[in-house]
Design a protein around this ligand. Structure first.
Ligand SMILES: Nc1ncnc2c1ncn2[C@@H]1O[C@H](COP(=O)(O)OP(=O)(O)OP(=O)(O)O)[C@@H](O)[C@H]1O
Ligand SMILES: [Mg+2]
Length: 459
């Protein structure tokens, strides 16, 4: 037996809150209908595939099928059902404290739990969608934002986040009062959404903005789990810096110590200078809206490039530029030992009606860690495969060249970019060697792998 569920979707895309439509979930499907008044605004909708221009006020329905009970853009607001997911545990604890809602071990990973989490953490998070239980709650949330306040992170905050992180049992209530029911951010690393002075991190933090707040910017604060990923803050910073030096658009970032823990504060790419959300959606959400995908790496880079050209839904405004970006990002990830450039680490944003890849995020050189030491999370250029008429497997260099071709580059262009990027990353290994908080073992692993790749890619 199950009961149908309802929720409402709002957005602040226009700068003001507008209701977008109504969500309805039955035991078999999820359904969404745009409001007539929203359609008049000519704004983006749930996502690129479930766009107002394709559906108008016709109800969109989607079968509930693992791993998606909900439309992918909405599902991505719910932290995944892993028992060690920080964001999910935070939300579940909050539910427990607030409503005395207890979830047994199996319930915690049920759709019931997902739905309860969505109702509390489905608004004010990453991206442009705000989900609420009903319109009253939505209106109240928008019309009564707490007065923006910057607080020093000091012991007076009255909680030990460090303890909380070790195993967040204690101080959870106080933590929640301080940071609020934290809007969700997917991913494996504990993160908090906060705001800081526009001039940069100075040790003061506030809650994420809900209205235009001059002088304040929104950030994601990523914590280092020093046992699992020692030195990751330094590594991620180095990768961000390498990307900036190679000409990518990289948000500002600040290393910091938050209650005794190393963390990285990164400017949000899904908010504009007025603190207004920009349409933003991960490639995972976009693709899974149109085709069946089992997880965020269930695809091939070549297919992304092809989709940019051939998808019946326009993914980006400038296809030539987007394919070039994709190729360069992929090449940088090889050269900086990332390996983890999956569909949730690539997003599309829309600014001033121009759709394109977002600014860089999460370029961390994950190959430094044994459990993530792989060349690439998704296949490309038929690397390692035996092609018809050949006795040899496709080499790394040939595979990269084949992928470049699919991205619209001829041999000369490919070789020019490769030469340029080999040169722009030539100091990478030296700089890895100089990092202070990364253990030698991890540095050595990363350096060995990227040296090997550089050798194989030499012109
Ligand atoms: N600067 C940013 N601005 C806006 N959203 C961001 C930013 N950085 C990260 N995000 C969002 O948060 C999600 C998780 O962040 P990120 O990918 O950095 O963390 P992660 O836990 O390392 O992820 P992974 O699971 O790939 O290891 C991203 O998929 C993206 O949607
Ligand atoms: Mg990520």
């Amino acid at each position: 037996m199950s009961t149908d569920r309802e929720a409402v979707v709002w957005t602040r895309l226009s700068g003001e809150p507008n209701r977008m439509g109504k969500l309805y979930v039955t035991d078999k499907e999820c359904r969404f209908t745009y409001d007539e008044s929203y359609l008049q605004l000519n704004l983006p909708g749930l996502g690129l595939v479930y766009a107002p221009e394709f559906y108008g006020n016709t109800t969109i329905s989607r079968e509930r099928k693992s791993p998606f009970d909900l439309f992918p853009p909405i599902q991505s607001l719910i932290p995944p059902r892993q028992t060690d997911n920080f964001q999910r545990n935070l939300a579940l604890k909050y539910l427990q404290t607030k409503n005395n809602q207890q979830f047994s071990a199996t319930d915690m990973t049920s759709f019931d739990a997902d739905w309860e989490i969505l109702k509390i953490s489905g608004h004010g998070g990453i991206g442009h969608l705000d989900i609420f239980e009903d319109d009253n709650i939505a209106e109240n949330w928008y019309t009564n934002p707490p007065r923006h306040e910057l607080l020093e992170i000091s012991d007076e905050l009255g909680f030990s986040l460090k303890q909380f992180m070790t195993w967040f049992e204690e101080d959870i209530e106080v933590f929640i009062q301080t940071v609020g029911p934290t809007p969700s951010v997917g991913g494996a690393i504990p993160k908090l959404l906060l705001s800081i002075p526009e001039s940069g991190w100075d040790g003061r933090i506030g809650l994420p903005t809900r209205i235009k707040t001059p002088g304040i910017i929104d950030i994601v604060l990523k914590f280092e789990q020093t046992t699992r990923y020692p030195g990751i803050v330094e590594l991620e910073m180095l990768a961000l810096e390498m990307h900036r030096e190679a000409g990518f658009d990289v948000p500002r970032y600040w290393p910091c110590i938050f209650k005794g823990m190393p963390a990285l504060a990164i400017e949000r790419f899904d908010r504009d200078h007025n603190n207004t959300p920009l349409y933003s959606e991960t490639l995972y959400s976009i693709l899974a809206s149109g085709i069946p995908l089992n997880n965020h790496y269930d695809y091939r880079y070549d297919l992304i490039a092809q989709a940019i050209d051939l998808s019946p839904v326009e993914l980006v405004s400038d296809t030539v530029d987007a394919k070039l970006h994709l190729f360069k990002r992929f090449l940088m990830s090889l050269l900086t030992g990332n390996g983890d450039l999956h569909l949730e680490n690539l997003s599309i944003t829309c600014d001033d009606n121009i759709k394109g890849f977002s600014r860089i995020y999460d370029p961390a050189p994950m190959r430094a860690y044994a459990q993530h030491d792989m060349l690439s999370v998704m296949p490309f250029g038929e690397y390692g495969e035996m092609l018809d008429g050949s006795d040899d497997a496709v080499t790394l260099k040939l595979a990269v060249e084949r992928f470049a071709k699919i991205c619209g580059l001829n041999k000369t262009q490919f070789e020019d970019i490769l030469t340029d990027y080999l040169s722009k990353t030539s100091e990478f290994n030296k700089r890895v060697g100089e990092l202070k908080t990364v253990p030698d073992e991890n540095k050595e692993r990363l350096i060995k792998q990227t040296e090997d790749i550089r050798k194989k890619l030499q012109i």
